[in-house]
Design a protein around this ligand. Structure first.
Ligand code: UFG
Length: 329
């Protein structure tokens, strides 16, 4: 049986492809390479370049490969961009997923693990956030991911497909081998931006808001190592293969760190003073996002092991200092 990974050339996708290959699984990757990188795809996987909005491309893949399950990362994921250009997100994330589901149903593939996000919750009612808490996204990115989850739910009911949706909190860090890591263009995530300072690519980091109702006034997030996320996808896949019912799981460490704490830890890890400039709030940022991942631990047997912020930032720094231009694109 082959596992088809859509978006396997992206950040979390490439780490999951490597983890699948390390476990001896047969992997095919499909990626448009619009935001992904060919170099990020493990050599043990077969890479097909194409877009999931292209039904013929997907049908031919399902016909030529012996695909038993799909892991779906192929979506746009920048919150700010989604606010400026919502239709780009609706077209890619929703139309792409609809085309994928049509092709899966047509070709009799009935298991899918899906990359979702904490952005489906919007401003949380309480922390830690549980899976059945209110979902009211505050941006089109989260809105399209929530709509994708609902598309899975109704398609599952109608066509007997089963899915697992994984709602990640703040994905970060890099594989310990140092060959793959986070590379976005332009970069908007906190840890890679901070590490651009010791890498000589910017002279300071801006802190977006210091008047939040948190202990030090800056936003608190639940940072989860990308290899722990990769492991969760494998567990979710096994859960579906073993007959598990469709379900939704949060993935986080259950511990929050403030922007100031992240910067301070990066100073310690890199030995660089990393100047920080206090600025205005960024629109749409909730004060605190912390996951309850008890459900994933209990049902999937997930056990995130990289819960120290220092270890997370060290692995990210190991990648960024050796790849200051990412994959060089
Ligand atoms: N931040 C700064 N300065 C920067 C960049 C970020 O202070 O230069 C702050 C942000 O305001 C936020 C925190 O650092 O408080 C983390 O920001 P990121 O952009 O790294 O991550 P987000 O929490 O905004 O977003 C993450 C994922 C999204 C997901 C979202 C869920 O990256 O994909 O969580 O709300 F949608």
């Amino acid at each position: 049986m082959t596992v088809l990974v859509l978006g396997g050339a992206g950040y979390i996708g490439s780490h999951t492809v490597k983890a699948l290959c390390d476990k001896g699984m047969d992997v095919a990757v499909a990626d448009s390479l619009v935001t992904g990188y060919r170099e990020a795809v493990d050599k043990r996987a077969r890479l097909y370049i194409g877009d999931i909005k292209d039904g013929d491309f997907l049908d031919s893949l399902f016909k030529s490969e012996d695909i038993g399950a799909v892991i779906h990362f192929a979506a746009y994921s920048l919150v700010g961009e989604s606010v400026e250009n919502p239709l780009k997100y609706y077209e890619n994330n929703l139309y792409g997923t609809m085309t994928l589901l049509k092709s899966m149903v047509k070709n009799g593939v009935d298991k899918i693990v899906f990359s979702s996000t904490a952005a489906t919750y919007g401003e949380p009612e309480r922390v830690p956030i549980m899976e059945d808490d209110r979902t009211e996204p505050t941006n089109p990115y989260g809105e399209t991911k929530l709509a994708m989850e609902k598309m899975f739910k109704w398609t599952a009911k109608a066509h007997g497909l089963r899915y697992v949706s994984l709602r990640y909190f703040n994905a970060c860090g890099a594989d310990t081998d140092g060959n793959i890591g986070e590379a976005h263009d332009p970069e908007s995530h906190l840890i890679p931006i901070i590490l651009q300072v010791p890498n000589g690519k910017r002279d300071h980091v801006s802190i977006f808001g210091t008047d939040y109702p948190t202990p030090d006034g800056t936003c608190v997030r639940d940072y989860i190592h990308v290899t722990d996320l990769a492991e969760a996808h494998i567990l979710a896949l096994k859960y579906l293969i073993n007959g598990g019912e469709s379900d939704i799981f949060n993935l986080g460490n259950g511990v929050g760190f403030s922007v100031r704490e992240v910067i301070e830890t990066a100073r310690k890890v890199t030995g660089h003073p990393i100047p920080a400039v206090e600025g205005e709030r960024r629109a749409g940022d909730p004060a605190r996002l912390i996951a309850s991942s008890e459900k994933a631990k209990k049902i999937l047997g997930w056990n995130p092991c990289h819960d120290s912020l220092e270890e997370i930032i060290s692995s990210a720094w190991n990648w960024h200092k050796n790849h200051p231009d990412g994959y060089g694109k």
